[in-house]
Design a binder for this molecule. Structure first.
Ligand SMILES: C[S@@+](CC[C@H](N)C(=O)[O-])C[C@H]1O[C@@H](n2cnc3c(N)ncnc32)[C@H](O)[C@@H]1O
Length: 235
């Protein structure tokens, strides 16, 4: 199989203010060591990036990396992949990794859709999509990450039973993302009461964007389980 590197158009910022000397050093010295290789052909088996991990988790759009680094600290037996196009975020998480001496994180500065296209099938145990860019204007909704074609590509990389967490504090994105997951038909959502999505899951770590509270509703959390054999597509 041949993969195209960087096939998708990214919206939003990919770099911000000038970086401090420390961050420049981290990018120059640490990032090459921790980078998930770009595959121009073949598939990437993330198990090969870590020493005998029990599971592989992916965080999409990790921002400043607090959640990624926090989960990695709590789960040293898990290999965590983080993908983020924003250079400052990548530099920031490198700082956390250095301070905490973490060995179970690998990073891609880029677009999650390109990374997903390069991963081997059924390799992920868990995926976090936490407070993705909301694109609240109707004319920008098509820029949102959670769309049917994205879920279809993500599904290829999920193990049966893999867990996917989506969180947002924008009501329209929450409604549409839930609809999109359920319409796919392979994502089981077993929430039974409002507290199941209104109260942060017990293993959630607050993110920087969440704490800013910029959305138009309180944060909601949807936990799905990938069950391709159980559910019929909703037509
Ligand atoms: C609103 S911020 C949230 C950051 C973080 N998850 C948090 O909650 O603090 C959304 C992040 O997604 C990143 N992002 C946008 N498009 C992306 C893509 N296609 N692949 C990966 N990350 C993306 C942005 O650069 C940004 O850092």
């Amino acid at each position: 199989m041949t993969n195209m590197v960087a096939q998708h158009r990214l919206y939003g910022r990919s770099a911000g203010k000038p970086l401090s000397e420390r961050r420049l050093r981290l990018l120059a010295e640490m990032l090459p060591e921790l980078s998930i290789p770009e595959m121009s052909e073949g598939e990437l088996n993330p198990l090969e990036l870590f020493q005998s991990p029990n599971e592989i988790w992916l965080e999409i759009g990790f921002g400043g990396g607090e959640h990624l680094a926090g989960q990695a600290r709590l789960h040293p037996d898990v290999g965590l992949l983080g993908v983020e196009p924003f250079l400052d975020g990548v530099a920031k998480v490198l700082g956390l990794i250095e301070e905490q001496g973490q060995e179970n994180i690998r990073l891609r500065r880029g677009d999650a859709r390109d990374l997903i296209a390069q991963l081997s099938p059924a390799c992920l145990d868990r995926v976090f999509i936490l407070f993705p860019d909301p694109w609240p204007k109707t004319r920008h909704h098509k820029r949102r990450l959670v769309r049917p074609d994205f879920l279809d590509r993500l599904a290829r990389t999920l193990k049966v039973g893999a867990r996917v967490r989506f969180a947002t504090d924008w009501a329209d994105y929450a409604n549409r993302a839930l609809e999109t997951f359920l319409a796919d038909g392979r994502f089981l959502w077993d929430a039974s009461c409002a507290d199941d999505w209104r109260i942060p899951p017990s293993d959630h770590l607050p993110t920087r964007y969440q704490e800013k509270g910029l959305g138009d509703c309180r944060p909601v959390f949807f936990d799905f389980r990938f069950t391709p054999h159980l559910i019929q597509r909703v037509t």
